[in-house]
Design a protein around this ligand. Structure first.
Ligand code: ATP
Ligand code: MG
Length: 439
Protein backbone atom coordinates (compact mmCIF):
# COMPACT_ATOMS: atom_id res chain seq x y z
CA UNK A 1 0.00 0.00 0.00
CA UNK A 2 1.23 3.46 -0.82
CA UNK A 3 1.61 6.28 1.65
CA UNK A 4 2.42 4.24 4.76
CA UNK A 5 4.97 5.38 7.32
CA UNK A 6 6.39 1.86 7.77
CA UNK A 7 9.75 2.31 9.50
CA UNK A 8 10.11 5.98 8.57
CA UNK A 9 10.07 8.38 11.51
CA UNK A 10 10.77 12.08 11.70
CA UNK A 11 14.20 12.76 13.20
CA UNK A 12 14.03 16.56 13.12
CA UNK A 13 11.40 19.27 12.99
CA UNK A 14 11.93 22.11 10.49
CA UNK A 15 13.00 24.51 13.24
CA UNK A 16 15.68 22.03 14.34
CA UNK A 17 17.35 22.11 10.90
CA UNK A 18 20.10 24.62 11.60
CA UNK A 19 23.77 24.96 10.59
CA UNK A 20 24.73 23.12 13.81
CA UNK A 21 23.49 19.86 12.31
CA UNK A 22 25.05 20.41 8.86
CA UNK A 23 26.52 17.13 7.63
CA UNK A 24 23.90 14.90 9.27
CA UNK A 25 21.38 12.67 7.58
CA UNK A 26 17.87 13.42 8.77
CA UNK A 27 14.22 12.65 8.06
CA UNK A 28 11.68 15.44 7.91
CA UNK A 29 7.90 15.18 7.52
CA UNK A 30 5.34 17.81 6.71
CA UNK A 31 3.36 19.62 4.04
CA UNK A 32 4.59 20.86 0.67
CA UNK A 33 4.47 24.61 1.10
CA UNK A 34 6.01 25.59 -2.21
CA UNK A 35 7.60 23.92 -5.25
CA UNK A 36 9.91 25.73 -7.66
CA UNK A 37 11.17 23.68 -10.58
CA UNK A 38 13.92 25.24 -12.72
CA UNK A 39 14.63 22.03 -14.64
CA UNK A 40 18.23 21.64 -13.55
CA UNK A 41 17.40 22.39 -9.93
CA UNK A 42 14.29 22.09 -7.78
CA UNK A 43 13.43 23.79 -4.53
CA UNK A 44 10.72 22.40 -2.29
CA UNK A 45 9.75 24.15 0.92
CA UNK A 46 8.45 21.76 3.57
CA UNK A 47 6.36 23.10 6.42
CA UNK A 48 5.63 21.47 9.76
CA UNK A 49 4.21 22.67 13.06
CA UNK A 50 7.49 24.42 13.92
CA UNK A 51 8.21 26.26 10.67
CA UNK A 52 9.73 25.67 7.24
CA UNK A 53 12.81 24.07 5.76
CA UNK A 54 14.10 24.03 2.20
CA UNK A 55 14.83 20.91 0.20
CA UNK A 56 17.24 21.63 -2.66
CA UNK A 57 17.58 19.11 -5.49
CA UNK A 58 20.20 19.92 -8.14
CA UNK A 59 19.90 17.31 -10.94
CA UNK A 60 23.69 16.97 -10.97
CA UNK A 61 23.76 15.71 -7.39
CA UNK A 62 20.38 14.01 -7.03
CA UNK A 63 19.22 10.78 -8.67
CA UNK A 64 16.88 11.18 -11.64
CA UNK A 65 14.42 8.85 -9.85
CA UNK A 66 14.20 11.27 -6.93
CA UNK A 67 13.87 14.27 -9.29
CA UNK A 68 10.90 12.45 -10.86
CA UNK A 69 9.34 11.78 -7.47
CA UNK A 70 9.77 15.41 -6.45
CA UNK A 71 8.08 16.51 -9.69
CA UNK A 72 5.02 14.54 -8.59
CA UNK A 73 4.69 16.58 -5.40
CA UNK A 74 1.59 18.75 -5.23
CA UNK A 75 1.10 21.78 -3.00
CA UNK A 76 -0.10 20.93 0.52
CA UNK A 77 0.51 17.20 0.09
CA UNK A 78 2.01 15.35 3.06
CA UNK A 79 5.53 14.11 2.36
CA UNK A 80 8.58 12.67 4.06
CA UNK A 81 12.14 13.30 2.96
CA UNK A 82 15.41 11.70 3.98
CA UNK A 83 18.45 13.72 3.13
CA UNK A 84 21.69 15.44 4.02
CA UNK A 85 21.70 18.79 5.81
CA UNK A 86 23.93 21.40 4.22
CA UNK A 87 24.66 24.99 5.12
CA UNK A 88 22.96 27.43 2.76
CA UNK A 89 23.09 31.12 3.59
CA UNK A 90 19.94 32.19 1.78
CA UNK A 91 17.59 29.37 2.78
CA UNK A 92 15.31 29.52 5.86
CA UNK A 93 17.35 28.72 9.04
CA UNK A 94 20.51 28.89 6.89
CA UNK A 95 20.33 25.25 5.75
CA UNK A 96 19.01 23.13 2.92
CA UNK A 97 18.38 19.41 2.66
CA UNK A 98 19.76 17.45 -0.28
CA UNK A 99 17.23 14.61 -0.73
CA UNK A 100 18.32 10.97 -0.78
CA UNK A 101 14.92 9.31 -0.52
CA UNK A 102 11.41 10.77 -0.68
CA UNK A 103 7.95 9.48 0.05
CA UNK A 104 4.50 10.92 -0.57
CA UNK A 105 2.34 10.07 2.43
CA UNK A 106 -0.81 11.67 1.08
CA UNK A 107 -1.36 13.65 -2.08
CA UNK A 108 -3.55 16.78 -1.82
CA UNK A 109 -6.21 17.26 -4.48
CA UNK A 110 -5.80 20.27 -6.72
CA UNK A 111 -6.99 22.98 -6.93
CA UNK A 112 -7.04 23.68 -3.19
CA UNK A 113 -10.22 25.27 -1.78
CA UNK A 114 -8.02 28.06 -0.45
CA UNK A 115 -4.37 29.00 -0.61
CA UNK A 116 -2.58 28.53 2.72
CA UNK A 117 0.46 30.44 1.42
CA UNK A 118 -1.80 33.51 1.17
CA UNK A 119 -0.66 34.46 -2.31
CA UNK A 120 -4.41 34.67 -2.89
CA UNK A 121 -6.14 36.22 0.12
CA UNK A 122 -9.42 34.65 1.20
CA UNK A 123 -12.31 36.19 3.16
CA UNK A 124 -13.22 34.93 6.63
CA UNK A 125 -16.10 32.76 5.36
CA UNK A 126 -13.99 30.95 2.77
CA UNK A 127 -11.32 30.49 5.41
CA UNK A 128 -13.70 29.08 7.99
CA UNK A 129 -15.24 26.74 5.41
CA UNK A 130 -11.78 25.16 5.00
CA UNK A 131 -10.58 25.87 8.51
CA UNK A 132 -8.10 22.95 8.58
CA UNK A 133 -6.27 24.51 5.63
CA UNK A 134 -6.59 28.00 7.09
CA UNK A 135 -4.92 26.88 10.33
CA UNK A 136 -1.91 25.70 8.31
CA UNK A 137 -1.07 29.40 7.92
CA UNK A 138 1.42 30.52 10.52
CA UNK A 139 -0.48 33.72 11.31
CA UNK A 140 -3.53 31.59 12.14
CA UNK A 141 -1.84 28.76 14.04
CA UNK A 142 0.02 31.49 15.99
CA UNK A 143 -3.31 32.53 17.52
CA UNK A 144 -3.99 29.00 18.77
CA UNK A 145 -0.45 28.54 20.05
CA UNK A 146 -0.91 31.72 22.09
CA UNK A 147 -4.35 30.57 23.24
CA UNK A 148 -2.78 27.29 24.36
CA UNK A 149 -0.15 29.17 26.38
CA UNK A 150 -2.94 31.23 27.94
CA UNK A 151 -4.78 28.10 29.18
CA UNK A 152 -1.50 26.58 30.34
CA UNK A 153 -0.62 29.62 32.46
CA UNK A 154 -4.16 29.92 33.79
CA UNK A 155 -4.29 26.27 34.87
CA UNK A 156 -0.84 26.59 36.47
CA UNK A 157 -1.97 29.71 38.28
CA UNK A 158 -5.09 28.06 39.66
CA UNK A 159 -3.27 24.90 40.72
CA UNK A 160 -0.49 26.94 42.34
CA UNK A 161 -3.07 28.93 44.29
CA UNK A 162 -5.14 26.09 45.73
CA UNK A 163 -8.03 25.99 43.25
CA UNK A 164 -9.60 22.64 42.37
CA UNK A 165 -10.58 22.06 38.77
CA UNK A 166 -14.21 21.05 38.31
CA UNK A 167 -16.56 20.10 35.46
CA UNK A 168 -20.22 21.00 35.75
CA UNK A 169 -23.14 19.87 33.56
CA UNK A 170 -23.85 21.62 30.28
CA UNK A 171 -27.25 19.95 29.98
CA UNK A 172 -29.40 21.89 32.42
CA UNK A 173 -33.02 21.99 33.48
CA UNK A 174 -33.39 25.73 33.97
CA UNK A 175 -31.88 29.07 33.11
CA UNK A 176 -28.97 30.42 35.15
CA UNK A 177 -30.32 33.90 35.34
CA UNK A 178 -33.79 33.48 33.91
CA UNK A 179 -32.51 35.11 30.76
CA UNK A 180 -33.86 34.50 27.31
CA UNK A 181 -30.50 33.74 25.71
CA UNK A 182 -30.96 30.01 26.06
CA UNK A 183 -30.88 27.16 23.58
CA UNK A 184 -33.74 24.77 24.33
CA UNK A 185 -33.11 21.12 23.57
CA UNK A 186 -35.19 17.97 23.73
CA UNK A 187 -34.12 15.81 26.65
CA UNK A 188 -36.12 12.60 26.30
CA UNK A 189 -39.65 13.63 27.25
CA UNK A 190 -38.58 16.86 28.98
CA UNK A 191 -37.42 20.27 27.85
CA UNK A 192 -33.88 21.15 28.81
CA UNK A 193 -31.32 23.79 27.86
CA UNK A 194 -27.66 24.15 27.03
CA UNK A 195 -25.88 25.80 29.97
CA UNK A 196 -25.22 29.52 29.56
CA UNK A 197 -22.85 29.63 32.56
CA UNK A 198 -21.55 27.31 35.30
CA UNK A 199 -22.51 29.99 37.82
CA UNK A 200 -25.06 28.11 39.92
CA UNK A 201 -23.00 24.91 40.02
CA UNK A 202 -19.76 26.58 41.03
CA UNK A 203 -21.65 28.31 43.84
CA UNK A 204 -22.98 24.94 44.98
CA UNK A 205 -19.36 23.79 45.15
CA UNK A 206 -18.81 26.49 47.78
CA UNK A 207 -21.50 24.80 49.91
CA UNK A 208 -19.73 21.54 49.13
CA UNK A 209 -16.75 22.90 51.04
CA UNK A 210 -14.29 22.80 48.13
CA UNK A 211 -13.21 26.34 49.08
CA UNK A 212 -11.77 27.44 45.73
CA UNK A 213 -12.76 25.98 42.36
CA UNK A 214 -12.31 26.76 38.70
CA UNK A 215 -13.73 25.47 35.48
CA UNK A 216 -12.74 25.99 31.87
CA UNK A 217 -15.70 25.00 29.77
CA UNK A 218 -18.17 25.76 27.05
CA UNK A 219 -21.03 28.21 27.53
CA UNK A 220 -23.96 28.49 25.11
CA UNK A 221 -25.81 31.71 24.43
CA UNK A 222 -28.60 32.18 21.95
CA UNK A 223 -27.41 35.68 21.12
CA UNK A 224 -29.29 36.75 18.04
CA UNK A 225 -27.02 39.65 17.18
CA UNK A 226 -24.06 39.15 14.95
CA UNK A 227 -21.07 41.01 16.40
CA UNK A 228 -17.30 40.74 16.31
CA UNK A 229 -17.23 39.77 20.01
CA UNK A 230 -20.15 37.37 20.49
CA UNK A 231 -20.44 33.72 19.52
CA UNK A 232 -23.19 31.26 20.34
CA UNK A 233 -20.69 28.84 21.82
CA UNK A 234 -17.81 30.30 23.80
CA UNK A 235 -15.34 29.08 26.40
CA UNK A 236 -15.54 30.57 29.85
CA UNK A 237 -12.84 30.50 32.50
CA UNK A 238 -14.79 30.52 35.74
CA UNK A 239 -13.47 30.86 39.26
CA UNK A 240 -15.20 30.93 42.64
CA UNK A 241 -13.61 31.33 46.07
CA UNK A 242 -15.06 30.92 49.57
CA UNK A 243 -14.42 33.31 52.46
CA UNK A 244 -13.60 35.97 49.87
CA UNK A 245 -15.22 39.12 48.50
CA UNK A 246 -15.18 41.06 45.23
CA UNK A 247 -11.87 42.77 46.01
CA UNK A 248 -10.16 39.47 46.79
CA UNK A 249 -11.23 37.88 43.52
CA UNK A 250 -10.38 41.02 41.52
CA UNK A 251 -6.85 40.67 42.88
CA UNK A 252 -6.74 37.04 41.78
CA UNK A 253 -7.96 37.97 38.30
CA UNK A 254 -5.47 40.83 38.05
CA UNK A 255 -2.60 38.63 39.17
CA UNK A 256 -3.54 35.76 36.90
CA UNK A 257 -3.75 38.02 33.84
CA UNK A 258 -0.35 39.59 34.56
CA UNK A 259 1.06 36.04 34.61
CA UNK A 260 -0.64 35.28 31.29
CA UNK A 261 0.77 38.42 29.67
CA UNK A 262 4.26 37.70 30.96
CA UNK A 263 4.21 34.06 29.85
CA UNK A 264 2.86 34.86 26.41
CA UNK A 265 5.57 37.49 25.95
CA UNK A 266 8.22 35.07 27.15
CA UNK A 267 7.12 31.86 25.45
CA UNK A 268 5.28 33.09 22.36
CA UNK A 269 7.65 35.78 21.08
CA UNK A 270 7.75 34.19 17.60
CA UNK A 271 3.97 33.96 17.40
CA UNK A 272 3.57 37.59 18.49
CA UNK A 273 6.13 38.62 15.87
CA UNK A 274 4.24 36.71 13.15
CA UNK A 275 1.08 38.56 14.21
CA UNK A 276 2.90 41.89 14.46
CA UNK A 277 1.39 42.28 17.90
CA UNK A 278 3.03 43.69 21.01
CA UNK A 279 1.80 42.98 24.51
CA UNK A 280 2.38 45.49 27.23
CA UNK A 281 2.41 44.13 30.77
CA UNK A 282 0.75 46.71 33.03
CA UNK A 283 2.69 47.63 36.13
CA UNK A 284 0.82 47.38 39.42
CA UNK A 285 -2.91 46.91 39.79
CA UNK A 286 -5.38 47.58 37.01
CA UNK A 287 -7.09 50.96 37.45
CA UNK A 288 -10.63 51.03 38.83
CA UNK A 289 -13.49 53.21 37.65
CA UNK A 290 -16.86 53.14 39.37
CA UNK A 291 -20.09 52.83 37.44
CA UNK A 292 -21.07 56.38 38.54
CA UNK A 293 -17.80 57.75 37.18
CA UNK A 294 -18.30 55.77 33.99
CA UNK A 295 -21.74 57.36 33.45
CA UNK A 296 -20.14 60.81 33.77
CA UNK A 297 -17.27 59.92 31.44
CA UNK A 298 -19.63 58.50 28.82
CA UNK A 299 -21.94 61.53 28.98
CA UNK A 300 -18.98 63.90 28.77
CA UNK A 301 -18.20 62.27 25.41
CA UNK A 302 -21.70 63.15 24.19
CA UNK A 303 -22.88 59.58 24.35
CA UNK A 304 -26.21 59.54 26.22
CA UNK A 305 -26.37 57.15 29.17
CA UNK A 306 -28.77 57.21 32.12
CA UNK A 307 -27.89 55.89 35.56
CA UNK A 308 -29.20 52.33 35.77
CA UNK A 309 -28.60 51.43 32.14
CA UNK A 310 -26.16 48.80 30.97
CA UNK A 311 -23.36 50.19 28.80
CA UNK A 312 -24.37 50.43 25.15
CA UNK A 313 -21.75 49.63 22.52
CA UNK A 314 -21.19 53.38 22.06
CA UNK A 315 -20.83 53.82 25.82
CA UNK A 316 -18.23 51.01 25.96
CA UNK A 317 -16.29 52.74 23.20
CA UNK A 318 -16.44 56.15 24.88
CA UNK A 319 -15.26 54.64 28.16
CA UNK A 320 -12.55 52.58 26.45
CA UNK A 321 -11.19 55.71 24.72
CA UNK A 322 -10.80 57.39 28.10
CA UNK A 323 -9.52 54.48 30.17
CA UNK A 324 -7.47 52.39 27.73
CA UNK A 325 -5.89 49.01 28.53
CA UNK A 326 -7.17 46.83 31.37
CA UNK A 327 -9.44 48.41 33.96
CA UNK A 328 -12.14 47.33 36.41
CA UNK A 329 -15.61 48.82 36.34
CA UNK A 330 -17.13 48.54 39.84
CA UNK A 331 -20.18 49.43 41.99
CA UNK A 332 -22.76 48.50 39.37
CA UNK A 333 -26.44 49.30 40.03
CA UNK A 334 -28.02 46.23 41.63
CA UNK A 335 -31.06 46.36 39.34
CA UNK A 336 -29.09 45.46 36.20
CA UNK A 337 -27.10 42.67 37.82
CA UNK A 338 -28.25 39.07 38.34
CA UNK A 339 -30.02 37.93 41.52
CA UNK A 340 -26.93 36.22 42.95
CA UNK A 341 -24.97 39.50 43.19
CA UNK A 342 -24.49 40.97 46.67
CA UNK A 343 -25.88 44.48 47.23
CA UNK A 344 -23.77 47.06 49.08
CA UNK A 345 -24.86 47.21 52.72
CA UNK A 346 -26.85 50.40 53.43
CA UNK A 347 -26.68 51.47 49.76
CA UNK A 348 -28.65 48.63 48.24
CA UNK A 349 -29.03 50.39 44.88
CA UNK A 350 -25.32 49.59 44.37
CA UNK A 351 -23.82 46.11 44.17
CA UNK A 352 -20.52 44.34 44.75
CA UNK A 353 -20.33 43.50 41.03
CA UNK A 354 -17.45 44.35 38.73
CA UNK A 355 -16.49 43.95 35.11
CA UNK A 356 -12.98 43.72 33.78
CA UNK A 357 -12.58 45.65 30.54
CA UNK A 358 -9.80 45.92 27.97
CA UNK A 359 -10.30 49.16 26.05
CA UNK A 360 -13.94 48.81 24.98
CA UNK A 361 -14.15 45.03 25.28
CA UNK A 362 -15.77 43.33 28.28
CA UNK A 363 -13.52 40.45 29.33
CA UNK A 364 -15.06 39.39 32.60
CA UNK A 365 -17.94 39.88 35.01
CA UNK A 366 -17.70 38.99 38.66
CA UNK A 367 -19.05 39.80 42.10
CA UNK A 368 -19.39 39.01 45.73
CA UNK A 369 -22.32 36.57 45.77
CA UNK A 370 -25.31 36.50 48.03
CA UNK A 371 -24.82 33.61 50.45
CA UNK A 372 -27.91 34.19 52.63
CA UNK A 373 -30.96 32.13 51.68
CA UNK A 374 -33.59 34.77 52.47
CA UNK A 375 -31.86 37.55 50.60
CA UNK A 376 -31.34 35.27 47.62
CA UNK A 377 -35.03 34.32 47.47
CA UNK A 378 -35.98 37.99 47.78
CA UNK A 379 -33.66 38.96 44.91
CA UNK A 380 -34.94 36.12 42.70
CA UNK A 381 -38.51 37.33 43.27
CA UNK A 382 -37.58 40.98 42.67
CA UNK A 383 -36.40 39.99 39.20
CA UNK A 384 -39.74 38.44 38.39
CA UNK A 385 -38.41 34.87 38.64
CA UNK A 386 -39.95 31.99 40.52
CA UNK A 387 -37.82 30.61 43.39
CA UNK A 388 -39.50 27.23 42.83
CA UNK A 389 -37.51 26.96 39.59
CA UNK A 390 -34.26 27.19 41.59
CA UNK A 391 -35.03 24.46 44.13
CA UNK A 392 -31.88 22.38 43.95
CA UNK A 393 -29.69 25.50 43.86
CA UNK A 394 -31.45 27.19 46.77
CA UNK A 395 -31.17 24.03 48.87
CA UNK A 396 -27.39 24.51 48.94
CA UNK A 397 -27.95 27.82 50.77
CA UNK A 398 -29.94 26.26 53.60
CA UNK A 399 -27.29 24.04 55.11
CA UNK A 400 -24.10 26.08 55.44
CA UNK A 401 -23.12 28.23 52.49
CA UNK A 402 -19.95 30.28 53.15
CA UNK A 403 -19.54 33.88 51.94
CA UNK A 404 -17.99 33.71 48.49
CA UNK A 405 -17.12 35.61 45.33
CA UNK A 406 -16.00 34.82 41.81
CA UNK A 407 -15.85 35.71 38.16
CA UNK A 408 -16.03 34.40 34.62
CA UNK A 409 -13.62 35.42 31.87
CA UNK A 410 -14.38 34.87 28.20
CA UNK A 411 -11.41 32.82 26.98
CA UNK A 412 -12.00 33.69 23.34
CA UNK A 413 -12.24 37.39 24.13
CA UNK A 414 -9.05 37.25 26.18
CA UNK A 415 -7.38 35.60 23.19
CA UNK A 416 -8.44 38.62 21.09
CA UNK A 417 -6.52 40.85 23.49
CA UNK A 418 -3.46 38.57 23.48
CA UNK A 419 -3.31 38.29 19.69
CA UNK A 420 -4.71 41.63 18.53
CA UNK A 421 -7.54 39.89 16.63
CA UNK A 422 -10.51 42.14 15.98
CA UNK A 423 -12.97 39.36 15.22
CA UNK A 424 -13.65 36.71 17.88
CA UNK A 425 -14.07 34.15 15.05
CA UNK A 426 -10.31 34.37 14.50
CA UNK A 427 -9.76 33.07 18.05
CA UNK A 428 -12.00 29.99 17.92
CA UNK A 429 -11.11 26.90 15.92
CA UNK A 430 -14.62 26.18 14.71
CA UNK A 431 -16.79 29.18 15.62
CA UNK A 432 -20.54 28.95 16.07
CA UNK A 433 -22.50 32.04 15.14
CA UNK A 434 -25.97 32.91 13.87
CA UNK A 435 -25.04 31.73 10.39
CA UNK A 436 -22.52 28.99 11.01
CA UNK A 437 -22.90 25.52 12.48
CA UNK A 438 -20.26 23.77 10.31
CA UNK A 439 -17.49 22.73 10.12
P1 ATP B 1 -21.68 41.18 26.83
O1 ATP B 1 -22.34 42.27 27.64
O2 ATP B 1 -20.40 41.60 26.20
O3 ATP B 1 -22.63 40.49 25.89
P2 ATP B 1 -22.22 39.53 29.12
O4 ATP B 1 -22.20 40.54 30.20
O5 ATP B 1 -23.52 39.07 28.56
O6 ATP B 1 -21.29 40.04 27.89
P3 ATP B 1 -21.38 37.57 31.04
O7 ATP B 1 -22.65 36.87 31.23
O8 ATP B 1 -20.96 38.58 32.02
O9 ATP B 1 -21.39 38.25 29.57
O10 ATP B 1 -20.24 36.47 30.77
C1 ATP B 1 -18.92 36.55 31.29
C2 ATP B 1 -17.90 36.71 30.19
O11 ATP B 1 -18.06 35.68 29.20
C3 ATP B 1 -18.05 38.00 29.40
O12 ATP B 1 -17.41 39.06 30.05
C4 ATP B 1 -17.38 37.65 28.10
O13 ATP B 1 -15.97 37.73 28.19
C5 ATP B 1 -17.75 36.19 27.92
N1 ATP B 1 -18.91 36.06 27.04
C6 ATP B 1 -20.20 36.21 27.38
N2 ATP B 1 -21.02 36.02 26.33
C7 ATP B 1 -20.22 35.73 25.28
C8 ATP B 1 -20.46 35.42 23.91
N3 ATP B 1 -21.69 35.36 23.43
N4 ATP B 1 -19.40 35.16 23.11
C9 ATP B 1 -18.15 35.22 23.62
N5 ATP B 1 -17.86 35.49 24.89
C10 ATP B 1 -18.87 35.76 25.73
MG1 MG C 1 -21.05 40.66 31.85
Amino acid sequence: MQGLLNDWRRTNYASECTPEIAGSDITIMGWVHEIRDFGGIMFVIIRDVTGRVQVTAPSKKVDEKIMEELREFRKESVVAIKGLVQEAGKAPNGVEIIPKEVKVLNLANQPLPMDPTEKVKAGIDTRLDSRFLDIRKENVSAIFKIKGQMFHTIRDYFYDNGFYEINTPKLVASATEGGTELFPITYFEKEAFLGQSPQLYKQMMMAAGMDKVFEIGQIFRAEEHDTLRHLNEAVSIDAEASFADDEDVMKILNDMLINVLKDVNENCADELAVLGHELEVPKGDFPVVTYDEAVDIVNSKDVPMEWGEDLSREAEKALGDTMGGFYFLTRWPSEIKPFYVMPVEGEEQYSHAFDLMYNNLELSSGATRVHQYDLLVKQIEERGLNPAGFGSYLKAFEYGMPPHAGWGVGADRLTMVLTGAENIRECVLFPRDRHRLTP
